[in-house]
Design a protein. Sequence first.
Length: 613
Amino acid sequence: MALHPVLAAVTDRVVERSRDTRAAYLARQRAAYRQKVERSQLSCTNLAHAFAAMPGRDKILLKEVSQASRPNLAIVSAYNDMLSAHQPLAAFPAWIKEAAHAAGATAQYAGGVPAMCDGVTQGQAGMELSLFSRDVIAMATAVALSHQMFDAALYLGVCDKIVPGLLIGALTFGHLPAVFVPAGPMTTGISNDEKAKTRQLFAQGKIGREELLEAESKSYHGPGTCTFYGTANSNQMLMEIMGLHLPGAAFINPNTPLREALTYEAARRAVAISAQGERFTPIAEVIDEKAIVNGIVGLHATGGSTNHTLHLVAIARAAGININWDDFAELSAVVPLLARVYPNGKADVNHFHAAGGMGFVIRELLGAGLLHGDVNTAMGPGLEQYTQEPFLDDGALVWRDAASVSHDLDVLRPASDPFSRDGGLKLMTGNLGRAVIKVSAVKPEHRVIEAPALVFDDQDALLDAFKRGELTRDFVAVIRFQGPRANGMPELHKLTPALSVLQDQGFRVALVTDGRMSGASGKVPAAIHVSPEAVAGGPIARVRDGDLVRVDANAGELAVLVPAAEWAARETARTDLSHNQYGVGRELFAVFRQNADAAEAGAASFRLPDWQE
């Protein structure tokens, strides 16, 4: 199948825009390939420290410095037992070490990275650390790999900032082969509709906290990733469509024989693609311009998280690749929406997987000319391998072709009959700056809102006004000073129940913010990531109560309808942000806030080497 002309044009533009930075990145990484086995560069004292605590058999293998014929795998893990998505990872290092031994290799737990949960911190002060935790994770990954003991790495992580952080860290060690190892989603709890209705009833004061907690506990009820299609599950989709998982690994439940078998196989695959293996495949050669474009396509086709308009930009930059929101918007216009998973539908990711899952999606997109098939992957050349899914056949792991037809057309559809002809992610521009909006869950009648502004500098101020009954009218909520430099760009997802209630009551409402909404952005139109942000003097800081604001997701217009001369003459508002600078560890993140890039540049807080300059 010939490539879709828009896919080809966007890819060509990304290649040209990235020509110098990508070449510089690859030159650095390919220089490191020549060293092959990194530990051969270490002194005997260095080596003795590195394997002092290893079992005797492993020491013998690693002492073979002259031949360096035995791969040593790094395990970098985001395990902790508070996060349901990461609790299953506790067992993985032992499995990986056992599989490595069976393949004649060794493995070491190289280091852990922090893992915080946006579900726990949502609406709390700790959420102001969330976005920057991605950069901490990238740096922690670098610390884990800095010992130069490894020939390939396995990265264990699932949730929102964790996989992007691991991948950014892995790309700075681009000469090392990489396999990403997920834990899988928890089994299905109560329906997402029931959960959403319960939250709305609580927001209206019609039920108490006890009833709300009971419903939430039935939704988030066991080990594994939350089952809605937010950032965590969008991460897993990306790792698969970008060729860093084993095929079909994303949505296998934890604590099952198939999940265990896939983890063993991930270790064997890491051995095979190591410098001493049969097919050396460093991650620098996997994550290229085509892989990044494939990731954007997958995001649109599945209705994935708006957070990846930040994360994919930062990931690409780590590989010397420069993308922007124009690329997202142009691809969204031609990529059909193939999946409806909550909040874009009633199903969860278990239903999505049962209906055909990633193998079905990838095959449909390849057939429509909307993916680059000629890419490198952890499994070898070609994305076609990812149109298969794993099974156990008498205890042996095998792959078979994914479903040829959707098993549930309410959840998953072919490219010839999609839910929508576009991916539902729009670029918004106008005199308020640049923003993105996700409309795959927004009904057509709510996609154009023109109403007076109500301006808030804090999400709690809006919720207080809602509780006082002051929001029973049409309005556009403008919530500013929520960008990365202001307070770390927290998600504002706890606004969803209140705004949804008002919309259901017949009021025309929308949200405009320089913050994030959520990986689970839903039915209320929300123009988010407004750039430049208010604290950087962005025009969002000039909006006043009563200004007529137009949010037109169809035309991509985000504008304040005031005379141009009046708008230009307005002073930029300021606010006291001192309360964001302390408590819950925020003191330690001042340097991140001070140095954060704009949202469209990935909101990264550190500067990568000169291939980014």
